[in-house]
Design a protein around this ligand. Sequence first.
Ligand SMILES: Cc1cc2nc3c(=O)[nH]c(=O)nc-3n(C[C@H](O)[C@H](O)[C@H](O)COP(=O)(O)OP(=O)(O)OC[C@H]3O[C@@H](n4cnc5c(N)ncnc54)[C@H](O)[C@@H]3O)c2cc1C
Length: 647
Amino acid sequence: MTKNGFLKEGNSIKVTLPEGHISEKWDNHKFSMKVVNPANKRKYTVIVVGTGLAGASAAASLAELGYNVKNFCIQDSPRRAHSIGAQGGINAAKNYQNDGDSIWRLFYDTVKGGDFRAREANVYRLAQTSVNIIDHCVAQGIPFAREYGGLLDNRSFGGALVSRTFYARGQTGQQLLLGAYSSLMRQVDTGKVELLPRREMLDLVIHDGIARGIVVRNLINGAIESHSGDAVVLATGGYGNVFYLSTNAINSNATAAWRCFKKGAYFANPCFTQIHPTCIPFSGEYQSKLTLMSESLRNDGRIWVPKKKGENRPSNEIPEEDRDYFLERKYPTFGNLVPRDVGSRNIKEVCDEERGVGDMGRAVYMDFADAIQRLGKDVIEDKYGNLFDLYEKITGEDAYQVPMRIYPAVHYTMGGLWVDYDLMSNVPGLFVLGEANFSDHGANRLGASALMQGLADGYFVIPYTIGNYLAGTKFDKVTADAPEFKDSEQLIRDFTQRLLSIKGKKTVREFHRELGQIVWDKVGMSRNEKGLKEAIEQIRDLREDYWKNVLVTGDAGTLNKYLEFAGRVADYFELAELMAIDALHRNESCGAHFREESQTSEGEALRNDTDYTYVAAWEYTSEGNPSILNKENLEFEYVKPSERVYK
Ligand SMILES: Cc1cc2nc3c(=O)[nH]c(=O)nc-3n(C[C@H](O)[C@H](O)[C@H](O)COP(=O)(O)OP(=O)(O)OC[C@H]3O[C@@H](n4cnc5c(N)ncnc54)[C@H](O)[C@@H]3O)c2cc1C
């Protein structure tokens, strides 16, 4: 049965969760899972794709346990993974501030922040393991910020009323990744990890119904290589670059996850994409990337616009009475620290009212004058110095003197490959970690929770759950010469040749920019039925044109960035269509997914718990045919769904 020709209704997915009260599930599970005896661990090979926080922590931990690990990444060094760019911090329920935090509160905030579209048991485990992450990282030597007395410092992030974010200035991701990388390199040195950089995974290989390897392209010499193993761990990050302009690293992409989808792995909630409220505004056609100004800045920066339309006085000549601190006014309890989806929508709204600032009127002020007066410039510099420097380098403005100008931008993807409680996809032996999976954040991720999730997955979940899988599975001997690998290799060669032989007139980048504009306009911060249907048609037309008119220069046997990007953009077309279909079918607003048809009288997101309390897990059928919509119904036993109020 097809619904509007866009989708086929599928099955209901049943997830097996451990027994017991939510606070005991993970401990019960850890005890009941099978364990691989140390002498047997060295007989297994685990393929880990990705060296960001999720991949590097997983590879290092699995090798430490004794497994043989093959670790792949696109970049020349694992340290160049997108995680290195994370700025603001990492959450943990340590309650060092004695301000009422607890595992339960972090669990509660995350379920509520995700607008009741995440699986409770996974979220609880995340909150539970958060406390271990900080200890682990401190032991690795991560230089978290400390207070004068030497204790670890914390700051606040959106959607929380406590201070639970650990940070290293505005370079938290960098410091955490250096820690994970050090552990990884130690294992490379012991010979337990084989590091394979400059390889792009282009296919997942399934043998006898289970994941047994991958096929990659060597990005230096173009060779197509097959690698077999006993399990595949995918930690390849998010797909925000579908939008062309985003805060993600240029190399972030969806290809590995998308190719797994085409091999049978479900893709969950693709329309749940996060638009971050505080980024440096878009300033011209030439731009290929946007820059984040960390959420941590909202601890001290006050967001405002002029009260009247078309105000043309410089910011510091606009007196207090003519300013509208709209977040503080509308959300007195959370103020400037409302969650990202709420912040972004409100910024868009004041700009739509023509009260935006800057040349294009698509920006609002984030002002530190009060904080500098209260705390002194030194304190602000200490906390955020590198962010102020970054801002000045890009805009030429000194944010100690004039307010920053900021606007929302695509930042993070809550959707991703579907996983069960063990972080295994529906394809046995394919595990998915970090931003690449859909787990934990529901329809909206809270700030500083992605680093927490990536490291929880890599350091504390996969080391247990993969053992359970390996110990309970019988493996045939499969080598990279097996026919399934040869078929995949041929498929990739054909795909590459097809791209190279088009020799059209438009560059990959031109197509990508056009695609991004459609997705931003119609599948972005606010969506409606008409726009989504138009988007689906426009994406299909543009995709057809792509396969007739794209120009990919060079050849397949050398380093060829055009070819790399051409393959990724080909996947973005298909993923973008699924994002629009997912957004169209979900006729409710929840978290970052705002359907204009479903809002309260005050313009807030209006959920429909009767019809949509589920994870949409899409299943690939075949080229040109609608995907199947499978549903995992979500049950909320511990945090009862309520209206998400931040006022
Ligand atoms: C500017 C910015 C700031 C952020 N700040 C914060 C913050 O302060 N706190 C927070 O919690 N979150 C933050 N986030 C989000 C967070 O950084 C990411 O969600 C997180 O780092 C993702 O980690 P990951 O390990 O899942 O993936 P990534 O770090 O994206 O790593 C992906 C890895 O996969 C590899 N890879 C990808 N595709 C392939 C392929 N086909 N073949 C082989 N290898 C492949 C890459 O080479 C890379 O090694 C921020 C995000 C951005 C954009």
